[in-house]
Design a binder for this molecule. Structure first.
Ligand SMILES: Nc1ncnc2c1ncn2[C@@H]1O[C@H](COP(=O)(O)OP(=O)(O)OP(=O)(O)O)[C@@H](O)[C@H]1O
Ligand SMILES: [Mg+2]
Length: 165
């Protein structure tokens, strides 16, 4: 059992729609420079969440997740970029220059599926989301902020979901 920070937040989704809605709230609160890491088995809902994030962020391009995809880029009218990385097929010892986080983070933000596979190269400050299968239509999502920026982000999401609690 991992030790969870006080400020982590667990969300229980009862449908793909709800997962997408969480993503929309999250996406609407994201800025250039943000790093969102998704961990969870096949079919746990990572891509559904990314679809919501992209929608909330204002992407002009649809989110796709073909099996060969490693890095996708979605645009917004203001020229910002959302980088969608799927680390499933990456070896652990990837070349650092391929994953040019610095460049990506000046142009926009990054969302990483299968982030646990490339933990060594992930920026120290990030939001970590662990997704779990809890039933046919049910998924658990644990949001763990690493850094103040992400602590306030998680608070903002909670507020958007539940109001003043
Ligand atoms: N509450 C839920 N939230 C998200 N997806 C759900 C939920 N209930 C059922 N599903 C279904 O589970 C599947 C999730 O697929 P998705 O592609 O998002 O998973 P993934 O974690 O990205 O998998 P992969 O590791 O293969 O990329 C979809 O078919 C979706 O309709
Ligand atoms: Mg996926």
């Amino acid at each position: 059992m991992p030790i969870l920070a006080e400020n982590s937040f667990e969300f229980f989704s009862h449908s793909p729609h709800q997962t997408r809605r969480l993503g929309i709230h999250l996406g609407g609160a994201l800025n250039a420079g943000d790093v969102i890491c998704l961990e969870g088995n096949l079919g746990s809902g990572k891509t559904v969440l990314v679809q919501g994030i992209a929608q909330g962020w204002g992407a002009m391009d649809p989110v796709s997740s073909p099996t060969y995809m490693i890095l996708n880029e979605y645009r917004r009218p203001d020229e910002q970029r959302l980088f969608h990385l799927d680390a499933y097929r990456l070896e652990k010892e990837i070349e650092a220059e391929f994953l040019d986080f610095d460049r990506m983070l000046t142009q926009g933000l990054i969302v990483i599926e299968w982030a646990e596979r490339i933990k060594a190269v992930i920026p120290e400050l990030h939001l970590w989301i662990s997704l779990g299968y809890t039933g046919t239509e049910h998924r658990s999502m644990m949001l763990q902020p690493h850094g103040e920026r992400y602590e306030s982000l998680v608070e903002k999401i909670q507020y958007k979901l539940y109001g003043d609690f």
